[in-house]
Ligand binder design. Structure first.
Ligand code: ADP
Ligand code: MG
Length: 269
């Protein structure tokens, strides 16, 4: 177990209007390997933040820290004003109980590179699983909502189909519908199109664009520069566990200031 040093400060920011995610000096190590070396970031409500960077720069680890899949060693992350993993009381930080952690996780949807669908369940069953089991929704109501969500991602005719019979792009769209079924206030995407055949990338990006247009707050780790330029409100370039450069996507892509950003963009463009 690594030690958690989260300094308690008086007057730390509580819910700031218009801010969905705030990270301050987030540090994360695996043993002696320091993967995140003080990440600062802010994502405003309704915005799409694209996170770019070479393999191994800590992008997945950072997303996983937001969603409690990893515990940070120092720093703080707030989602919608809630401190992730801790509660502040009497000027001190207390670790949240398991139930409270679970509640925070439920409000954040995550979509991975690999779709992680339950193979023995149909598309519809995959989508209703969490709402019914975790939230105790009635099956009939959950089914109706799941059908609407699958329709929204263009799979209204695949409700009874098993993942094995779906293309990678269709499976990823089911995974998105499944995350949305929990009515998250924030969606995290970790290279959602990287495992797809090139001809299937567009259909997944289109669903994400539609979500963005609808006002969903999203952090998207992607190498799809076109998506970042077109849909992103902000772009963050990470390398070696630090934010090297950030700004408006068009600006950063057209005029990267740092050599590392230039070198990365030259490879993916
Ligand atoms: P990215 O998503 O940018 O490719 P990652 O966050 O996956 O980067 O990984 C950053 C670094 O952390 C890599 O060196 C990786 O090997 C290491 N790492 C990630 N997860 C673990 C883990 N659970 N244990 C040990 N090292 C890890
Ligand atoms: Mg990764």
């Amino acid at each position: 177990m690594t030690e958690v040093t989260v300094p308690a400060q008086a007057g730390a920011p509580k819910a700031e209007s218009g801010v969905m995610v705030r990270a301050e000096q987030v540090h994360k190590s695996f043993g002696s390997l320091e993967v995140l070396k003080g990440i600062d970031l802010e994502v405003r409500t309704g915005e799409v933040c694209c996170l770019l960077g070479p393999s191994g720069s800590g992008k997945s680890t950072f997303l996983r820290c937001i969603n409690h899949l990893e515990k940070i060693n120092a720093g703080r992350i707030w989602v919608d004003g809630d401190l992730i993993g801790y509660r502040e009381r009497g000027g001190k930080l207390h670790e949240l109980r398991e139930k409270e952690v679970a509640a925070q996780r439920r409000s954040i949807g995550m979509v991975f590179q690999r779709f992680n669908l339950f193979p023995h369940m149909t598309a519809l069953e995959n989508v209703i699983e969490a709402p019914v089991r975790v939230r105790g929704e009635k099956k009939a109501a959950a089914r109706e909502r799941a059908a609407a969500l699958l329709d929204r991602v263009g799979l209204g005719d695949k409700l009874g189909t098993y993942p094995g019979q779906l293309s990678g792009g269709q499976q990823q769209r089911v995974a998105i519908a499944r995350a949305l079924a929990m009515q998250p206030k924030l969606m995290l995407f970790d290279e959602p199109t990287s495992a797809l055949d090139p001809e299937l990338v567009g259909e997944v990006l289109d669903v994400m664009k539609d979500l963005a247009r609808d006002g969903m707050t999203m952090i998207v780790v992607t190498h799809e520069i076109g998506f970042a330029r077109e849909v992103g409100d902000s772009l963050i370039f990470m390398d070696g566990g630090v934010v090297v450069e950030s700004g408006a996507p068009r600006e950063v892509i057209a005029n990267p200031r740092h050599d590392r950003t230039k070198a990365f963009l030259a490879k993916v463009l």
